[in-house]
Each structure stands twice: as structure tokens, then as C-alpha cells.
Design a protein around this ligand. Structure first.
Ligand code: PEP
Length: 242
């Protein structure tokens, strides 16, 4: 089955012209481009093969100043919505309860949800068993009320917090440990009736290590931050899975 690459641009680039240029450069089949909200419309107009993604959503539609609903995103032709990224959990104090509401709202709108889970460094230091327990707690809370039929709309991104390139002293997980965690997550999802859900890896994927992650059978794709802003590098990552 084709692997998916999700480009999480965070707050980059600075202006619409650069965003359009970057989108054209990384456009491709099985690529999701998740730019900042103000660039969604312009990027939708220029991409030919990629799908459009959003980096966040609000859990309701209505009078919520400054928020963007799943239906707003749908109207902008967004197909995938990232929810629960560790930067939002940490810096914006998003709780599992808030994340659960967002997950359900995205699914209700018929969009695909990219749910990010992953343990912080202090947990991983205690061993892989602690990491598994931590992630199961997140999944259990984040997926409350998500029924079996929603599996096809769910992607889980396993992103150990300490491996994300913006974290101080970050380093990628080993592909072996990433597979271990991902297979564990897949097993948990299956038991929960969500067997069509995909599980991908995120955390410092770059042109040097992409093959070692993406050639692993169990890893169904990658969520890519920093390297998705560098077109040549992103293309190299993409070519490593074809
Ligand atoms: C991310 O922000 O989800 C991410 C994986 O970033 P990076 O690839 O830069 O580590």
C-alpha cells in the first residue's frame, strides 16, 4: 500500500508567494501539504496531486472568536487535519479532552484526522514499556466515542516528543524502536475495532534517514516538519519510497 508523507509547515514560510512556490515544488501523489491557515486557499489552487491539510481545528462551529471549524476547513478543500501535535499539547496546554473533541469534530465532518501521540523524554528514559503505557493513555482518552466505522478516517502519527527537530537536543528515534511502538499502536487500534487506521512516524525524518524509516513495512508514512520546507530534501525523501 502506498505510503503517505504529511508536510507540516508549522508557521512557515513568511509570505504567500513563498508558500505557493514551496507547494508547487513538493506537490506529489500521496503527499499532504499542511500550511498555515492563511495560505490554504492559494495552495489549493496550485497543487495538482497533493491533498491539502490543516494544522489545527476547533471542536465546534459557532461564535468562537478566532477559531476555525472543521466545516470551515472542508469548505477550503482541506482533506486532512492534524490534531494533538505535541507543540500544541505543550505550549497551548491542549488536554486529551480537548483533543478528543477535535478528533470527533473532524470525523463528523468526514475529513481525515491525523492524531499525534508520543511520549516525552522523561518517560522514554524509563524504557519502552513506560512509553507504551503513556501512548495507550493518550489514545484511550483521545479516541473516546470514536466508533469502529471511523477507522478509515483515522491516521495516528507516533511522534516521540524528544525526536521532534524543534525540541532542544532532539534526535530521531531508531527505526527499530519506532516500528516496535507503531506495531504496538496498530495492535491496540485493531483491538479497539479501528483496523483500517494507518499508523505513521514523525520526528526528525530527513534525507539521510528517510529510507531507514520508510522502508520498514510497518511504518505507513511520515509526518515531516523541518525537511518539508526544503524542496530538494523533501523530494529526496519522497523518491526513497517509490
Ligand atoms: C513535526 O513537527 O511533527 C515534526 C515531525 O517535525 P520535524 O520533522 O521537524 O521533527
Amino acid at each position: 500500500m502506498a505510503k503517505i508523507l504529511i508536510a507540516n509547515w508549522k508557521s512557515n514560510p513568511r509570505d504567500i508567494k513563498s508558500a505557493v512556490k514551496l507547494a508547487k515544488a513538493i506537490d506529489g501523489k500521496n503527499v499532504v501539504i499542511a500550511p498555515p491557515f492563511p495560505f490554504l486557499e492559494a495552495i489549493h489552487k496550485v497543487i495538482k496531486k497533493s491533498a491539502l491539510g490543516a494544522q489545527n481545528v476547533f471542536w465546534a462551529d459557532g461564535p468562537y472568536t478566532g477559531e476555525i471549524s472543521a466545516d470551515d476547513l472542508k469548505a477550503l478543500k482541506v482533506k486532512y487535519v492534524i490534531v494533538g501535535h505535541s507543540e500544541r499539547r505543550k505550549n497551548l496546554k491542549e488536554t486529551d479532552r480537548m483533543i478528543n473533541l477535535k478528533v470527533k469534530e473532524v470525523i463528523k465532518s468526514g475529513l481525515k484526522v491525523v492524531l499525534c501521540v508520543g511520549e516525552p523524554l522523561n518517560i522514554r528514559k524509563r524504557g519502552i514499556k513506560s512509553a507504551k503505557n503513556f501512548v495507550v493513555k493518550q489514545l484511550t482518552k483521545d479516541l473516546i466515542g470514536v466508533g469502529k466505522k471511523s477507522g478509515a478516517l483515522l491516521l495516528v502519527a507516533y511522534e516521540p516528543v524528544w525526536s521532534i527537530s524543534t525540541e532542544k537536543g532532539s534526535k530521531p528515534d531508531t527505526p527499530e524502536d519506532a516500528v516496535l511502538m507503531i506495531e504496538f499502536i496498530r495492535g491496540w487500534l485493531k483491538k479497539r475495532g479501528l483496523k483500517s487506521a494507518k499508523v505513521i512516524y514523525g520526528g526528525s525524518v530527513n534525507k539521510g534517514n528517510a529510507e531507514s524509516f520508510l522502508h520498514k513495512k510497518g511504518i505507513e508514512g511520515a509526518l515531516i516538519g523541518g525537511a518539508s520546507l526544503r524542496p530538494l530534501e523533501f523530494k529526496k525523501i519522497k523518491s526513497s519510497i517509490i
